[in-house]
Design a protein around this ligand. Sequence first.
Ligand SMILES: [Fe+2]
Ligand SMILES: [Fe+2]
Length: 274
Amino acid sequence: MIRLLFIGDIVGRPGRELVRRGLAAIVAHHRIDLVIANGENAAAGFGITPDLADDFFNHGIHVLTGGNHSWDKKEILPYFDEQPRLIRPANFPAGAPGRGVYVARTRSGVPVAVINVMGRVFMTAIDDPFRVVEAEIEAVRQEAKVIFVDFHAEATSEKVAMGWHLDGRVTAVVGTHTHVQTADERVLPRGTAFITDVGMTGPHDSVIGVERSAILARFLTALPQRFETATENPRLHAVVVEADETSGRAAAIHRLSLSAQDVEHLAALPVAAP
Ligand SMILES: [Fe+2]
Ligand SMILES: [Fe+2]
């Protein structure tokens, strides 16, 4: 069995600090073999920079996925070609920098393919994620039995449909982008772990990461507002997927929702010998 940790959208400094503080302890206590995280909001809510990506890789994240915010910081565009461990949705039209898949390896050498695709319902009309993901899976199937898909999408229905589309063909399909963790995690009948949305690693006394007074003013007056990333009540949202590396089937999926206090508590616990 191998255990994969996927961390939901890391938002701004509060999210980054929580990951920095807690990742080693989570990895130790849950005996994690590989860490994947969505980093599209790492830079104050909008995109990611080369320095922040390097930092995440140095702190133990193996693969970073993205979404609609992947392109927000201009300096990240050339970085995509230098650092293949930072991926972006595979279904952006040809010509976009970077790739939508990366095959990582656990310390014991198990290849794990990570694929990122983005939905089209209430989002930019890009290429069909349902067809593109099939092509990406076929391209890595010989190389990796364990395949992990981050489906970055707005509509619950589109994400649930993707879970059924890929059931029995990949190890896990997890949703990102809405920043609200859903309670529907399960292993589908043919062995694919699924959750509609992993949630957000960032400030939870906010409106999906953004400082709430500006959002409320926007709803109350319909006037444009300047949005700032919030800071209060950071929580780390993630899932742990247990999988059989020979078949690629998932055995279990567990949700994590940790406050800063929970993270401190975990970091202070002694680690049991393996
Ligand atoms: Fe996000
Ligand atoms: Fe997003």
